[in-house]
Design a protein around this ligand. Sequence first.
Ligand SMILES: Cc1cc2nc3c(=O)[nH]c(=O)nc-3n(C[C@H](O)[C@H](O)[C@H](O)COP(=O)(O)OP(=O)(O)OC[C@H]3O[C@@H](n4cnc5c(N)ncnc54)[C@H](O)[C@@H]3O)c2cc1C
Length: 282
Amino acid sequence: MDQYGTFRVGGRAEAICFPSELALLRQVVSYLSNSDIPYLVVGRGSNLLVRDGGIEGVVIILKGELTNILKDSGDGETLRAGGGATIGNLLSYCAGNGLSGLEFLAGIPGTMGGAVFMNAGAFGKELGEMVEEIAVVTRQGETEVMDRSQLVFSYRQLSMAGGTVIYSVKLRLHRDTEAEIRDRILDHLKRRRESQPLDLPSAGSVFRNPPGDYAGRLIERAGLKGTRIGGAMISRKHANFIVNSGGARAEDILSLMDLARNRVRDMTGIELKPEIRIVGRE
Ligand SMILES: Cc1cc2nc3c(=O)[nH]c(=O)nc-3n(C[C@H](O)[C@H](O)[C@H](O)COP(=O)(O)OP(=O)(O)OC[C@H]3O[C@@H](n4cnc5c(N)ncnc54)[C@H](O)[C@@H]3O)c2cc1C
């Protein structure tokens, strides 16, 4: 799985499949469910830590039609993106079509499915605010459309039944000029480059921010910036990032997470909780 996640670590999955249209996705999901074979849908793997023992069962990665971006008919201020569409492609599309609202996502290396599932956020905004409806394949392989009123977004999370795959997302945006949108995208990218270690593999923020504080600030205060275990290191630039500085194993990253959690707990009594999703066998 090291090829399918931004940390560049992790053992093998038993199988990976790349459905390129809705009918195939439905078939795969219902076959796996009926056969009691576990599955995990993966976007860019930019919020995942796959353990070294690999993944039991099948990884599903959306491709083809499931990555398309379409302007929605109607008032011209909505669009539909496939669950597998990357945030980068979506932002290019939005800029080119004068649609504003998603600029805060610039630099987040995920897919729409992953970003909605994680309620991705930055600079005080969250993607959930713009989601008008999502279309999913249920564990039984049925399709279902869920509108805003049925969606419960919270900090870095959308509540959803396990095994549900988001294959399409409808977003409500607003009109602006291409130049203004591109300026904001560039500004957000610049601010990220200044504060985040983007030159090394990572999965973004490792821990959730505890109420009223920042995980990065607490880890920095614990004196852990630059601490290494194996090929993993707590970033010197941003203490809530663990980077793969070369040849890291998932085990190294997990050990650094334990160290940070223990030191912060001893120092403040605060229990840091992971933001990244840890999957697979030890
Ligand atoms: C450098 C860097 C910076 C980052 N900055 C931010 C940031 O500012 N804000 C932020 O919120 N995040 C940030 N992240 C984390 C990450 O990019 C986001 O959470 C992103 O939205 C995850 O998308 P993904 O497609 O990579 O999901 P993945 O990591 O592949 O998956 C994450 C979870 O979503 C589920 N999932 C994926 N696709 C689907 C789908 N189609 N249907 C249902 N479930 C699905 C997976 O099963 C998994 O549980 C950053 C990561 C990096 C590497």
